[in-house]
Design a protein around this ligand. Structure first.
Ligand SMILES: [Cu+2]
Length: 243
């Protein structure tokens, strides 16, 4: 049986593939440079509290063992999941992103957001889906983006867009206090989320010197400076320490 943990990865992978495909079709196959790396984790893995879903039997029934909070997800290989990595600065002044690619889906399944962390372009559609058929209420706590509040009483999909770049916009459910998701909104598609292998790749970059930021909801942000040219691949690894 597929676990919800795997579903997170599949959704995140789908997003990344969609972006890569869009970049390739816009700029020619595999054009540009790549910055890739691994998000390492050192120290003692924090123990995440179990989520008590007793009040929501529909959600509880979707798990064989009690799900845990997702503030820190350390992968089996010692890397860190759910890290948002993106180009913070360095794109040429002349760079113009193409039109926003196909919608990104944020699902509410088992009273959790899938994926937990995602990236989206300014103006790109975010399809917020309720797969549980019970009431969820999505609150977006944007600062540069106007906050929104959507009630979804049953199985349905609501589409929203973000008008300004913002890393990150926090989403939460007013009904289920443990439900949290983070949306990185950017004016380009040079972003990735680490996933359960702890790796990332940002492809299709024009030549330049970039500030790459890796953001984690508990451990904060780190940056690296990377210069690429042509179709080079450069490595930028990040290490987050337990605290
Ligand atoms: Cu909810």
């Amino acid at each position: 049986m597929r676990t919800l943990g795997m579903a997170v990865t599949l959704v995140a992978g789908g997003v990344a593939l969609g972006i890569a495909g869009w970049r390739s079709s816009a700029d020619g196959a595999q054009a540009g440079a790549t910055i890739s790396g691994t998000i390492k984790f050192t120290g003692t893995r924090p123990v995440m509290a179990k989520i008590d879903m007793s009040d929501e039997p529909v959600c509880k029934g979707k798990y064989q063992t009690a799900p845990t909070k997702e503030d820190v997800v350390v992968n089996a290989n010692g890397t860190l999941d759910n890290v948002f990595v993106y180009v913070k600065a360095g794109l040429p002044a002349t760079y113009r992103a193409a039109a926003a690619p196909t919608p990104v889906v944020l699902d509410q399944d088992g009273c959790r957001y899938l994926p937990h962390v995602l990236g989206i372009m300014v103006g790109q559609s975010l399809q917020i889906k309720n797969s549980d058929g019970i009431a969820h209420n999505i609150k977006a706590k944007g600062v540069k983006n106007r906050p929104f509040n959507i009630s979804q009483p049953t199985n349905m999909t609501t589409t929203r867009t973000f008008s300004a770049a913002e890393v990150m916009v926090g989403l939460e459910c007013s009904v289920h206090g443990w439900m949290k998701s983070w949306v990185g909104v950017l004016p380009h598609t040079f972003f990735a989320v680490s996933g359960n292998s702890g790796t990332f790749a940002i492809k299709g970059l024009p030549p330049g010197t970039y500030t790459i930021e890796a953001w984690h909801e508990r451990y904060g942000a780190q940056t690296a400076t990377v210069t690429v040219a042509g179709t080079q691949t450069k490595t930028a690894d990040f290490t987050f320490a337990a605290r």
